[in-house]
Design a protein around this ligand. Structure first.
Ligand SMILES: NC(=O)c1ccc[n+]([C@@H]2O[C@H](COP(=O)([O-])OP(=O)(O)OC[C@H]3O[C@@H](n4cnc5c(N)ncnc54)[C@H](OP(=O)(O)O)[C@@H]3O)[C@@H](O)[C@H]2O)c1
Length: 308
């Protein structure tokens, strides 16, 4: 049985909007329900789209009603929203008889021992609990899951100011000497990967944590690419991932929780210990999902950064 009737939670968000637009291009989807708490978002109008207003992600009865008759629930809720909503969302999906759930993980491999050692009780605790709960529920035969383990969203990291890149000022920090290999994805690659999962036999991705990757690169290769696409020299700073991690801890002590989160996630994603580098992911959906080169995706991001 294919996934024809799909629900998307978080379709108004950064990743969700790209996923929603891609789902609308898949001819086998006959019904697309978008759950939202927002009153002000304009979703695309389409005969297959039904926008359902969710007053609270704690209301299992209302969620169950909204999920009835669907085969696949995809969450692209924000990290914070996911931690509050996931348990009720999955309970409702089970009650409604939804076959498959794709959680809003889209991160480092949160079940990788190094990730657990660094941030298992802090910034990754919520996503780890969700991943473990899903594995348990799948073993009990209550719901299936497919989790996309993506590592870094390169469009996010290339377009927003973080301790790694300040794109508008053309500043890049080479981490650990800039020679460690990294992998990453774009949000459009994730959306197309979800489409590929919908198109494949349901057994192929059943109860799998798929470590996916669009490109492999190093910090130095990224610097070279950014200088090439902007036709200008970038300011280069050098730091170790341990220093960035310590900065994050100091930020946390000052109450700067974004800084705390970034320090942790930069360390886990880019320190070369395997929680954010997925060599096998470079073969994922080869020939099915098109990959951009580092230069192509960097050029798109840079053009968005400097668009007036
Ligand atoms: N690996 C990476 O580099 C990377 C980068 C960015 C994000 N991510 C991950 O990608 C996933 C999606 O993130 P995103 O940045 O796309 O999320 P987002 O845009 O911040 O939020 C997605 C949607 O979640 C809902 N939402 C947000 N805050 C909420 C709250 N406090 N309470 C209830 N609902 C709320 C909203 O939907 P409605 O208003 O429609 O209900 C929103 O549009 C997350 O798991 C995130 O951790 C990964």
């Amino acid at each position: 049985m294919a996934f024809n009737k799909v629900v998307l939670a978080g379709g108004s968000g950064y990743l969700g909007r790209i996923v929603l637009d891609h789902l609308l291009t898949i001819p086998t989807i006959s019904q697309l329900t978008v759950l939202t708490q927002s009153q002000s978002v304009d979703f695309p109008s389409s005969p297959i789209v039904n926008v359902v207003s969710i007053p609270s992600y704690q209301d299992v009865a209302a969620l169950t009603l909204a999920l009835e008759g669907h085969d696949l629930l995809i969450s692209t809720l924000s990290r914070v929203a996911t931690e509050g909503a996931d348990e009720a969302l999955v309970s409702a999906a089970i009650k409604a008889g939804v076959r498959r759930y794709m959680p809003s993980e889209y991160s480092v491999d949160v079940l990788f021992p190094h990730a657990i050692a660094i941030a298992g009780t802090t910034v990754l605790a919520g996503k780890i609990a969700i991943a473990q709960r899903l594995q348990r529920l799948a073993e009990e035969g209550r719901i299936e899951y497919t989790t996309l383990v993506t590592g870094a969203f390169l469009d996010f990291w290339l377009e927003n100011a973080t301790p790694v890149i300040v794109p508008k000022s053309k500043i890049i920090t080479l981490l650990d000497g800039g020679e460690k290999k990294m992998t990453g994805v774009t949000t459009s690659f994730i959306a197309k990967s979800i489409g590929a999962i919908i198109a494949m036999s349901p057994e192929a991705a059943k109860n799998k944590r798929l470590r996916i990757a669009e490109v492999e690169f190093t910090g130095k290769a990224l610097l070279h690419t950014l200088e090439e696409v902007t036709e200008s020299k970038w300011t280069v700073l050098e730091r170790s991932t341990d220093e960035v991690f310590k900065d994050g801890l100091a930020a946390g002590e000052r109450g700067d929780m974004r800084g705390f989160y970034l320090g942790n996630i930069i360390k886990i994603n880019f320190d070369g210990e395997g929680a954010g580098y997925f060599e096998e992911g470079l073969q994922w959906a080869d020939g099915i999902v098109e990959r951009q080169t580092l230069k192509e995706l960097a050029a798109k991001s840079i053009s968005r950064v400097f668009a007036v």
